[in-house]
Design a protein around this ligand. Structure first.
Ligand code: 6PG
Length: 476
C-alpha cells in the first residue's frame, strides 16, 4: 500500500511527528536529506507503526497516495524554500505541501500563492508543544485551503492533544492564518514567561527565600486559576539543583535570555496592525535587555546594583499580592494577544474564530492552561467582545486583584526591582479605562508644529488652529 502522508526532514520534530502519525495507524512515508536519519528512525521505531522509507525525494514522493500530503519539517527560511523548490516539480495537481516549522506568516502567504498558481495546496501549520508534544500530542494550527483540511484534518486531529475529548486542532483559516496564530501563541508564551520571571524575582527578594522554596509556591499556584504547563515547569526548574555545584540551578544559569525570533515577529506585526500588545513587547524587550551584557555592566558600575527592601511584613499577603499581579497581568497579555489575532484576521480576511484558538490552546501547546476555557467561554458568550478584559469573568478577576497588583508594582518601583511586564500591564489597564487621556495634548502639539489637525469632542470634522497667527480655528 501507499503512504497516507509523508514527512521530509527528520530532525527531532519531524521524527516525532512521523512517529506520532504512525502510532495513530497512518502509513507514513519518511525522508531525510541524509538517508542515515531515515534508516535510524525505521530501525529504532519501525515497530511503532508502518513507515515507508524513501532514500531519494523521488522515491519518497512516489510512495505517497494521491492527493499527496507532504510535511516539510526543516529550518524556517531558506532551507524551507529549498526543499519546496525540490519537491514541487515532483508533485501533481491537488497535492498538499505542509510546512510545520515556525515560519513567518508572510513567507507562508508568499509560498501559498506560488504553489496555488501551480495547482498545489500549501498549508502553513503551527505546531506547538516541543519535542514531547510532537510525539504525544501537540496543538496543531493549520492554515491553507478548506480542501486541504478535508484530507489533513482527520490525521491532524487524530495525532493532536485532546482536552475533554476535543482535539487541539482546527482549520484556522486560509493561507498564512495558521502560522500567524502560532506566532501570536509564541508572543503570549514570551509574556507568560516574563511574568513568571518577574514574580519569581519579587518573591525571591521579598521573602529572602531559596529558589526551591519559591518552586513550592509555584506548585501551590498550579492548583488554582494559574494552573498551566508553564507554572508547572517553573516549579520543576526552580526546585532543580545543579549537580556540579550543589547550587540552585537558576543561580548557575547565565541570565541572558535568547530567542529564535517569533516574539520579535509578533511585536513587529502588532506595530503594523496597530495593536498595543504591551505585555508581549515588554517581554521581548526584557530578553533583549538581559542580553546587553556590556551595557548592564556599565550601568551597574555607574549606578550600583543594590536594590531596596520590598518591606514585606505579611508574607502570606505578599505571596497573594504577587499571585494576583501575575494573574491580572496574564489576563492583559492574553487580551492583547487575542486582539492581535482578531486584527490579523480582519486585515488578511482570514475569518479566524478566536474562541476556537482558545479551545485548541487548552492542550498540547506551551501556553496550555486552565484559564483558556474561560477565554473560549467569553468569546462564545459574545463573539464581538471589545476586549477580553471586559468579559465578566476576567473583569471580576482583574478587579478583585487590582489592589494587589498596585501594591506589587509600587513596591517594585520603590525598591528598584524591574517588573516591566507587571507595570506596563497595569498601565495598559489604567489607560484603557481612563476617562480622558493626555493624547489630547499630543494632538495639540502635532497641530502646533505640523498642522496635522485634530478632531473636537463637541462636533464632527477635523480642525487646525493658526498657532503662529491669531489662534483662530479653521476646519481642515
Ligand atoms: C512551541 C514553542 C516552540 C519554540 C519556542 C522557543 O510552541 O512549541 O513555542 O515553537 O521552542 O518558540 O522560542 P524562542 O527560542 O524564541 O524562545
Amino acid at each position: 500500500g501507499k503512504a497516507q502522508i509523508g514527512v521530509t526532514g527528520l530532525a527531532v520534530m519531524g521524527r516525532n511527528l512521523a512517529r506520532n502519525l504512525a502510532r495513530n495507524g497512518f502509513t507514513v512515508a519518511v525522508h531525510n536529506r541524509s538517508p542515515e536519519r531515515t534508516r535510524t528512525l525505521v530501525a529504532d521505531h519501525g515497530d511503532e507503526g508502518t513507515f515507508i522509507p524513501g532514500e531519494t525525494l523521488e522515491e519518497f514522493v512516489a510512495s505517497l497516495e494521491r492527493p499527496r500530503a507532504v510535511i516539510v519539517m526543516v529550518k524556517a527560511g531558506g532551507p524551507t524554500d529549498a526543499v519546496i523548490d525540490e519537491l514541487v516539480p515532483l508533485l501533481e495537481e491537488g497535492d498538499i505541501v505542509i510546512d510545520c516549522g515556525n515560519a513567518h506568516f508572510a513567507d507562508t502567504r508568499r509560498r501559498e500563492e506560488a504553489l496555488r498558481a501551480k495547482g498545489l495546496h500549501f498549508v502553513g501549520t503551527g505546531v506547538s508543544g516541543g519535542e514531547e508534544g510532537a510525539l504525544l500530542g501537540p496543538s496543531i494550527m493549520p492554515g491553507g485551503s478548506k480542501e486541504s483540511y478535508a484530507k489533513l484534518g482527520p490525521m491532524f486531529e487524530a495525532i493532536s492533544a485532546k482536552v475533554d475529548g476535543t482535539a487541539c486542532c482546527v482549520h484556522v483559516g486560509p493561507d498564512g492564518a495558521g502560522h500567524f496564530v502560532k506566532m501570536v501563541h509564541n508572543g503570549i508564551e514570551y509574556a507568560d514567561m516574563q511574568l513568571i520571571a518577574e514574580a519569581y524575582d519579587l518573591l525571591r527578594e521579598g521573602l529572602n527565600a531559596t529558589p526551591a522554596e519559591i518552586g513550592e509556591i509555584f506548585e501551590t499556584w498550579n492548583q488554582g486559576d494559574l494552573e498551566s504547563f508553564l507554572i508547572e515547569i517553573t516549579a520543576q526548574v526552580l526546585k532543580h539543583t545543579d549537580a556540579e555545584t550543589g547550587k540552585g540551578f537558576v543561580d548557575i544559569v547565565l541570565d541572558q535570555a535568547e530567542q529564535k525570533g517569533t516574539g520579535r515577529w509578533t511585536v513587529q506585526s502588532a506595530l503594523d496592525l496597530g495593536v498595543p500588545i504591551t505585555g508581549i513587547a515588554e517581554a521581548t524587550f526584557a530578553r533583549s535587555i538581559s542580553g546587553h551584557a556590556d551595557q548592564r555592566a556599565a550601568a551597574a558600575r555607574t549606578f550600583g546594583s543594590s536594590v531596596g527592601s520590598l518591606e514585606v511584613t505579611d508574607r502570606e499577603q505578599f505571596i497573594e499580592d504577587v499571585r494576583a499581579a501575575l494573574y491580572a497581568s496574564k489576563v492583559v497579555a492574553y487580551a492583547q494577544g487575542f486582539d492581535q489575532v482578531i486584527a490579523g484576521s480582519e486585515e488578511y480576511g482570514w475569518g479566524i474564530d478566536p474562541g476556537a484558538m482558545a479551545t485548541i490552546w487548552r492542550g498540547g501547546c506551551i501556553i496550555r492552561a486552565r484559564f483558556l476555557n474561560r477565554i473560549r467561554e467569553a468569546y462564545d458568550a459574545d463573539p464581538k467582545l471589545p476586549s477580553l478584559l471586559v468579559a465578566p469573568y476576567f473583569a471580576e478577576a482583574v478587579q478583585s486583584g487590582v489592589d494587589s497588583w498596585r501594591r506589587v508594582v509600587s513596591a517594585s518601583a520603590s525598591a528598584g526591582i524591574p517588573a516591566p511586564a507587571f507595570s506596563s500591564s497595569l498601565a495598559y489597564y489604567d489607560a484603557l479605562r481612563r476617562d480622558r487621556l493626555p493624547a489630547a495634548l499630543i494632538q495639540g502639539l502635532r497641530d502646533n508644529f505640523g498642522a496635522h489637525t485634530y478632531r473636537r469632542t463637541d462636533r464632527d470634522g477635523s480642525f487646525h488652529t493658526q498657532w503662529s497667527g491669531d489662534k483662530s480655528e479653521t476646519p481642515a
